[in-house]
Write a protein that binds this ligand. Structure first.
Ligand SMILES: [Zn+2]
Length: 492
């Protein structure tokens, strides 16, 4: 199609710039020396300004409009056109100066977070954060459409297109009630369980385990990379480059185990897209909730299952030796599935995890909508942790400053994790009708699961999330699959 051919050089250029931007981000979060952070952040800003200026090029805008109006598009191209039109309508409204100021405020806020989280200094972080939040609200006001009632609706739309705070509340309110009610019962039930002692495992041994875990799930190491960062993440840079980072804790090997399965789960999606995703430039369009579905699927639904426990234990025993050799699969499973209200979201068990998300959702919604102020966040955070999880927060470092998201203006992202849990349980239900998930896990052969995902799920992840979940499972999102899954696992 000639309209598509005319657009390709612009999309190729944007893709190359995004690649560079990802490399810089990966470096900044992992190996970049402290003294170069400012310079590298400047470079990152200049790359995003270059991407933005393509979006504002009148020739490009003309090409997008012609492509959107053209007949004969395949389904991937139709979705691409929809997304490009949304992007140019935003870029037509925002000036390059506003856009750069927004990006600069975010970079400064993230750099301040990295510095002051270490020293547990919220007061020093606050002025940078306030500036970034102000810039975010301005951008939201520019983007806001008539369908969106609040500024927070605009944030949500970036990660879960079409969803509103009202809809998210509609799912989260009953979930919150069910979880708060289940929590003491699940803990009581676990009182008599045999749980292994957690003892230190050297970082060297833990990092030996990382590639073994990735190999187990089917991650292709020849098309990826592993590094360490304060806040683990993964990124798809290109067709042959899906990287992860992790974080090692000498005192607790669980964290790395979950993180590697989580970030590896993201990469399973990245590494298994069909070629058509690249040919039609829709390789990076899956929404945050769709992406978090797959990471949390590998981390929890598979990684914390009874069936996979003996397989994971064997890998740990081969790698760690020592007292691990005495551990039974049942003890290992119990250790991975202890329900305990805790401070840190990333380490939370499957039952309390969504409560961590609901707390963040309630705070960021009120913050962006102007109902609360940034300076009050630590106190509100601590009060909610006491109310929902019954725990005291000893420091902001392990409280409201624990996640990178807010320092990067990723407001609206957190709900994706909890929505990912809901989507995941619904997909597992469907997958079990098609393949014998139980014996795949028992045998440690995850290849049929990877194949199922590639065929029935990843190939459609470019769709609008509502259409995607219907395509994958035959029905719209239904929270009951997740609630039933938790009830069976922790109370059954
Ligand atoms: Zn993730």
């Amino acid at each position: 199609m000639k309209e598509f051919d005319a657009l390709k050089p612009y999309l190729d250029k944007k893709r190359d710039l995004r690649y560079l931007s990802s490399i810089v981000y990966y470096d900044l979060q992992t190996k970049a020396p402290v003294q170069t952070i400012e310079k590298e952040s400047e470079i990152a800003n200049s790359i995003s300004a270059d991407i933005a200026s393509i979006s504002q090029d009148p020739e490009y805008i003309k090409a997008v409009k012609a492509f959107a109006a053209a007949n004969g598009k395949n389904p991937e191209q139709t979705r691409l056109a929809e997304l490009l039109m949304e992007d140019i309508s935003f870029m037509e409204k925002v000036t390059i100066e506003q856009y750069s100021a927004w990006n600069q405020a975010i970079s400064a806020s993230n750099a301040a977070w990295r510095k002051y989280r270490e020293t547990n200094d919220f007061a020093a972080f606050l002025p940078y954060w306030e500036k970034a939040i102000k810039a975010q609200k301005e951008i939201c006001a520019i983007k806001k459409t008539d369908k969106q009632k609040t500024l927070y609706d605009v944030c949500l739309n970036d990660y879960e297109p079409g969803s509103t705070e009202e809809q998210v509340e509609g799912v989260f309110e009953p979930l919150k009630k069910a979880l708060i009610e289940m929590l003491p019962r699940a803990m009581k039930r676990q009182e008599s369980l045999d749980v292994p002692e957690v003892y230190p495992i050297s970082i060297a041994k833990q990092s030996e385990l990382t590639p073994k875990l990735l190999k187990l799930i089917g991650y292709d190491l020849s098309r990826g990379a592993i590094a360490e960062s304060a806040h683990p993440f993964s990124d798809s840079l290109s067709k042959h480059d899906a990287r992860i980072t992790t974080n090692y804790d000498l005192e607790d090997y669980h964290g790395n185990l979950s993180t590697v399965l989580h970030e590896g789960g993201h990469c399973m999606e990245f590494q298994n897209w069909p070629d058509s995703h690249y040919e039609n430039y829709v390789e990076m369009v899956a929404t945050a909730a769709v992406c978090e579905t797959h990471s949390r699927f590998y981390e929890n639904l598979l990684g914390k299952s009874k069936e996979l426990a003996p397989v994971l234990l064997k890998l740990c025993q081969e790698t760690f030796g020592g007292d691990f050799l005495k551990m039974s699969a049942e003890e290992f499973y119990n250790g991975e599935n202890l329900v305990r209200p805790s401070l840190i979201r990333c380490d939370a068990d499957e039952l309390t995890y969504s409560l961590h998300i609901i707390i963040r959702f309630e705070i960021e919604r009120d913050l962006i909508n102007g109902k609360i102020e940034a300076k009050d966040v630590p106190a509100i955070w601590n009060a909610k942790y006491k109310e929902y999880l019954g725990i005291d927060v000893p420091s902001d470092k392990d409280g409201c400053m624990q996640d990178t998201h807010w320092s990067e203006n990723l407001f609206g992202y957190f709900p994706s994790y909890a929505l990912g849990n809901l989507y995941g349980a619904q997909i597992l239900h469907k997958m079990k009708q098609d393949i014998d998930v139980h014996s795949c896990l028992k045998q440690g052969d995850l290849e049929p699961i990877r194949e199922w995902f590639a065929t029935y799920d990843f190939a459609y992840d470019y769709l609008h999330p509502e259409d995607w979940i219907k395509k994958v499972t035959g029905e719209k999102l239904d929270a009951r699959y997740f609630i039933e899954y938790l009830q069976e696992k922790f109370l059954g």
